[in-house]
Ligand binder design. Structure first.
Ligand code: ADP
Ligand code: MG
Ligand code: ZN
Length: 681
């Protein structure tokens, strides 16, 4: 069978897209296949063409009625014989579809997964075996995926009945762990794995550490150059999206876009952006679904996104025209804390779910009396119900009444969901904090190991000299000397925790200066850094970086040129100078004017420092220097990770004093912006 002619004759496409042909051939030959390609890459063809080539009827399982209708419509339009069975259709239609299926009159039968639970339905399908089975959006089967669908879980039970047809599972978002889960749950037999198309060749990715208050100014300066527009800026909350849009609109036509706006306003913004009346849209995650604007030059994230998957989707909107474009992620340690807060809000403890599950009955009941009876906040109650629903343990009707679901085995599923969400956060934090080729890291995230082995040559790691968001410069003689010291210390040890290396290399007291050198060495390929963590005596998980010397790093002589580039702190590239309490020579080079509440915090910190020092029988500066104390006042860290971003605070100080310092800062109540609307965008 000549697949290329079939492609033209039946589907009207002139040629295969990258990778489609190989996948089609495998499926046509009867192999099981797992296909992972980004949205829009053309996965559907990879089951549709082989289905026509093999003859008989292809059975397609799809989780959404809209997806099913869309595909069925397209195939019908190409003159193929198609039927659907889902809850949106009449009983007569379903019956007719079954008859046509059994008569062998169909080339494609689309079914919703829950159909397989209908008694007798799988047996009916088995009376005439399909020639191919396609599972679309296959990540829904996995509790590790973000769209877990309880109805997908039982798919694997029915498939043996329908064999020996080959099975092709298709998805856009599967990470390696989800991929394994799909293969296992569907019982794919020696599947061919095709994981392709995640690498983008025209996208220069930069990741810049920048404190929250500096980000708006950065965006304004960066987008001032016309060549950087049109642009999408992703902001973490509606409030921030509004504020930044107003600020940018002074410079160039800009509007906000988020779910808090009326549908009409949103449509107008989207149309204006598409027709280039707007240069920039400052959006929350709600923007960009189905946005097809080819010439977007820049995508900026002003905060750490919730997952690598979401981030990848969002930066993927840049440069669809194939021309050079840029994605910039602004983040700092504090972003992690914000996500941790959301996690706590969005994932109520198991006990809450338990209490709610216990009052649900088989009859629908209005929610209000239930939460009153449980003495639970409506928000918590609703979250708990939402989570139970996603596990099939509760159901909502149209008017918000709730009843028990078909299963009460939700606990392990919910735990998996929580673990998955945590892992997602960990992954995006690691992505942002690890110096590495950004594109390779993304491609690897989606499981394309082969594709990940080639550096992209254009990200801030591969090509710092070409970076736009952050200027890089040759090290000064002093920095060169310190780089040499770090390498020499590592040579004696091979692998070290960054904190220990900092102490032993003795390149000064400033931890951030050291980290900057370390990142420079990593960019030059002389060391590699990995994120590790340990649980401290307080039971708190503390992240740290481990440093390994590479073969290249071992070979360079400290005297020779190292090829290291360091971020230029001068801010020549439009990056605002980081606000630091201690800059210049002495701590007093910059005299900071404290606000009243800051002065209050300062005096409390001093009091505490004195007590600590007295207890240890040491002078006060042994606990914290004045410079660090002032930096603490300015940063007012409320959590350990946040504390670690303060200049002069390393893991040792954080461990010893962290709890006390953060408690004082929390009592002060400073520096806590409200982010309550963030993920409800
Ligand atoms: P995915 O499921 O991967 O998100 P689709 O299968 O829906 O993507 O395909 C996206 C679009 O690409 C569809 O409009 C489809 O018709 C089109 N397409 C797929 N393959 C080809 C091809 N070989 N040539 C041209 N267009 C194609
Ligand atoms: Mg699809
Ligand atoms: Zn790169």
């Amino acid at each position: 069978m000549d697949l290329a002619s079939l492609l033209r004759a039946t589907f009207g496409f002139a040629s295969f897209r990258e990778n489609q042909e190989a996948v089609c051939r495998s499926v046509a030959e009867g192999r099981d296949v797992l296909l992972v390609m980004p949205t829009g890459a053309g996965k559907s063809l990879c089951y549709q063409l082989p289905a026509v080539a093999r003859g008989g009827t292809a059975l397609v399982v799809s989780p959404l009625i809209a997806l099913m209708d869309d595909q069925a419509g397209k195939l019908t339009g190409k003159g193929l014989k198609v039927a659907r069975i889902h809850s949106g259709l009449s009983r007569d239609d379903a019956r007719q579809a079954c008859r046509d299926y059994l008569d062998g009159a169909l080339q494609f039968l689309f079914i919703a997964p829950e159909r397989l639970r209908v008694p007798g339905f799988p047996e009916m399908l088995a009376r005439r075996k399909p020639s191919l089975i396609a599972i679309d959006e296959a990540h829904c089967i996995s509790g590790w995926g973000h769209d877990f669908r309880p109805d997908y879980r039982t798919l694997g039970d029915w498939l043996p009945l329908l064999r020996p047809a080959p099975i092709i599972a298709l998805t856009a978002t599967a990470t390696p762990i989800v991929q394994k889960d799909i293969v296992a749950q569907l019982n794919l037999i020696e599947p061919a794995l095709y994981i392709h198309g995640f690498r983008r060749e025209n996208l220069a990715i930069e990741v810049v550490e920048l404190s929250k208050p500096q980000r708006a100014e950065f965006v304004e300066k960066f987008l001032a150059r016309p060549a950087t527009r049109p642009a999408i800026v992703y902001a973490p909350s509606r409030k921030e999206s509004d504020a930044l849009a107003v600020q940018l609109n002074v410079q160039f036509p800009t509007a906000a876009y988020h779910a808090g706006l009326e549908a009409g306003t949103r449509d107008r913004v989207q149309r204006a952006f598409l027709s280039s009346k707007l240069d920039v849209v400052v959006a929350t995650i709600a923007f960009g679904m189905g946005i097809d604007k080819a010439n977007i030059r820049t995508v900026i994230h002003t905060a750490l996104p919730g997952s690598v998957e979401a981030y990848y989707q969002e930066i993927g909107r840049a440069g669809r025209d194939g021309l050079e474009s840029r994605a910039i992620l602004l983040h700092s340690f504090a972003d992690r804390r914000i996500h941790e807060n959301f996690f706590e809000r969005d994932y109520p403890p198991i006990e809450d779910l338990d209490r709610v599950a216990r009052v649900l009955t088989l009859e629908f009941q209005p929610a209000e009396p239930l939460w009153e009876r449980l003495e639970m906040l409506p928000d918590t109650f609703n979250k708990a119900v939402e989570k139970l629903c996603s596990q099939g343990a509760a159901q909502l009707d149209m008017v918000g009444q709730v009843r028990a679901g078909a299963t009460d085995g939700w606990r392990s599923g919910y735990k998996t969901q929580m673990a998955h969400r945590r892992a997602q956060l960990e992954r995006i934090v690691q992505y942002a904090e690890t110096p590495q080729c950004r594109m390779s890291a993304l491609v690897r995230h989606f499981g394309d190991v082969v594709g990940a082995s080639r550096p992209c040559g254009r990200c801030d790691f591969c090509a710092p000299q070409m970076a736009a968001a952050q200027k890089y410069a040759e090290p000064t003689p002093g920095e060169n000397r310190d780089l040499g010291r770090i390498l020499a210390t590592l040579k004696a040890n091979y692998a070290m925790a960054a904190g220990r290396l900092f102490t032993e290399a003795a390149v000064g007291k400033d931890r951030r200066y050291f980290e900057r050198l370390l990142d420079g060495l990593a960019r030059a390929g002389l060391v590699t850094l990995s994120s590790e963590s340990w649980t401290n005596p307080l039971g708190k998980e503390v992240a740290y970086r481990k440093v390994f010397l590479t073969e290249e790093g071992r070979r360079v002589s400290a005297a020779g040129a190292l090829g290291v580039l360091l971020p230029d702190e001068g801010g020549a590239g439009g990056k605002p100078r980081p606000v630091r309490a201690e800059r210049g020579k002495g701590a007093d080079a910059v005299q900071v004017q404290f606000t009243e509440s800051q002065a209050e915090l300062e005096s409390q910190l001093r009091k505490w420092r004195k007590a600590e020092a007295d207890q240890a029988g040491k002078p006060a500066f042994f606990v914290l220097s004045d410079a660090i104390l002032r930096a603490l006042v300015l940063a007012a860290p409320r959590t350990i990770p946040e504390l670690m971003t303060v200049r002069g605070i390393g893991p040792n100080k954080a461990d010893r004093y962290g709890a006390a310092i953060c408690a004082l800062c929390r009592g002060q109540g400073v520096g806590e912006p409200a982010h309550s609307s963030q993920t409800t965008a």
